[in-house]
Design a binder for this molecule. Structure first.
Ligand SMILES: [Cu+2]
Length: 162
């Protein structure tokens, strides 16, 4: 029994090592290929509630991204990507636009340097592809709808990783 085990152990370990290196090489190849193309995320609104269906996604730093934003509700919504830690600051600006007579005309888009990229205010059943380059600094970047009152529920986080 002992001799049998010894005889078979070495080849088995070699096979495992080979399989592992193939798997690693394959995975690395896939990662490299996907780095070259645009990272795509589809985000829809809810039909009734003021929420996004995707509240978290991850992208690679400095790489191209497209957020395919779809408003499948009858309510106007937008998608506003913010700098790290700026959800409350820009959310307050959004709420303040409630009393701005030109708020709707401005698409309820606050004037702020904390906005990285944004969609238009989409009316019901409209779509927009939001194309941008992911920030180079890893971290958590909030996104919100700035239609006044929506952002507290209608938000998510884009995580940027190296
Ligand atoms: Cu909204």
């Amino acid at each position: 029994m002992i001799s049998t085990c010894t005889r078979y152990r070495t080849p088995r370990i070699l096979l495992q090592a080979l399989a592992t290196s193939f798997a690693l090489g394959f995975a690395a190849g896939i990662a490299q290929a996907s780095d070259e193309k645009t990272q795509e995320v589809v985000i829809k609104t809810d039909k009734i509630q003021f929420i996004y269906d995707v509240t978290a996604f991850t992208v690679k730093a400095g790489k191209p991204v497209v957020v395919k934003f779809m408003n499948i509700s009858p309510i106007p919504h937008n998608f506003i990507l913010l700098k790290q830690g700026k959800k409350e600051v820009v959310g307050a600006l959004a709420d303040a636009m409630m009393t701005d007579p030109l708020g709707m005309q401005k698409g309820y888009l606050p004037e702020s340097d904390d906005i990285i990229v944004h969609s238009k205010l989409l009316q019901g059943m409209q779509n927009e592809d939001i194309k941008f380059t992911a920030p180079s600094e890893p971290g958590d970047y909030p996104y919100i709808c700035t239609f006044p009152g929506h952002w507290r529920l209608m938000n998510g986080v884009m995580t940027v990783e190296k």
